[in-house]
Write a protein that binds this ligand. Structure first.
Ligand SMILES: [Zn+2]
Ligand SMILES: [Zn+2]
Length: 254
């Protein structure tokens, strides 16, 4: 086992228990400490460096991480923490649209609904993370698969988290979830803007300043063959984007 300072895609997933490399047998508290320490190191880096490592984790391990996520019933876990940090990558957005990603938002909404009695006594950071992850999933996948029962439970409890954690991410993200569930017209432009920004990473030409989502003739943009998570309106823009794209372009296993 290397030093905690040596953060890599492999080390991050090893604390979560995806790979059978011995770290999976460490006590959960040590793995949690190691994962959080390493994520703290990543989050202290400039954003491009963060996106590089998150992209590598996503490209190489998303299917395995999401299998583990589906098997882990807790509303917050090491695997959900790691999935949450990579949820803004185009890889994750593409995964959510694939058959393997079906129903993830509804699954997580169900877990949050089941945990409503525990959540008020959790740390504000954990509640913030739970809210952030759920709101991102709902923005990307919509609320249509969430059961009426879960939706009713959540709408009953989210306003009290919004009040209890006022001024913190936990409150803001609870508010975002309420806005999504109620399709609040006042919040709709902001939610649409967030969705557009996230989906634009996958659907918009990656050429500098280019905003095309289709070719001039209306056909689909061509995909980067390596990561499958960037598209271009032509070879010129693919070449122009490479200097920056190469940092987050990893051969995707899905
Ligand atoms: Zn373009
Ligand atoms: Zn690529």
């Amino acid at each position: 086992m290397g030093s905690l300072w040596n953060v890599s895609a492999e080390s991050l997933v090893s604390w979560v228990g995806v790979s059978d490399d011995g770290n999976r047998d460490l006590p959960e508290t040590s793995r949690a400490f190691n994962l959080k320490s390493q994520l703290g190191i990543v989050q202290s880096k400039p954003l491009p460096a963060q996106m590089k490592i998150y992209s590598e984790v996503a490209a190489k391990y998303l299917p395995a991480l999401m299998d583990l996520f589906r098997q882990t019933p807790e509303v917050i876990s090491l695997v959900s923490t790691l999935v949450n940090v990579i949820s803004t990558t185009p890889y994750f957005i593409r995964f959510l649209r694939s058959p393997a990603g079906e129903g993830i938002a509804a699954l997580q909404a169900h877990r949050v609904a089941n945990a409503v009695t525990e959540i008020p006594s959790m740390s504000v950071d954990d509640v913030g993370e739970i809210g952030q992850f759920l709101s991102s999933l709902l923005i990307l996948q919509g609320i249509q698969d969430v059961s009426a029962e879960d939706k009713a439970i959540l709408l009953q409890h989210l306003p009290s988290w919004e009040r209890q954690f006022r001024g913190r991410l936990a409150s803001e993200t609870a508010g975002r979830c309420i806005a999504l569930f109620t399709d609040d017209p006042g919040m709709r432009p902001m939610m649409d803007a967030v969705r557009n920004m996230l989906e634009g990473k996958l659907d918009k030409c990656g050429g500098p300043g280019c905003v095309r989502r289709v070719q001039r003739d209306g056909s689909v943009l061509s995909q980067c063959g390596r990561c499958k998570s960037a598209v271009y309106c032509g070879v010129a823009h693919q070449k122009a984007a490479w200097a920056t794209h190469k940092a987050t372009c990893f051969p995707a296993v899905f």
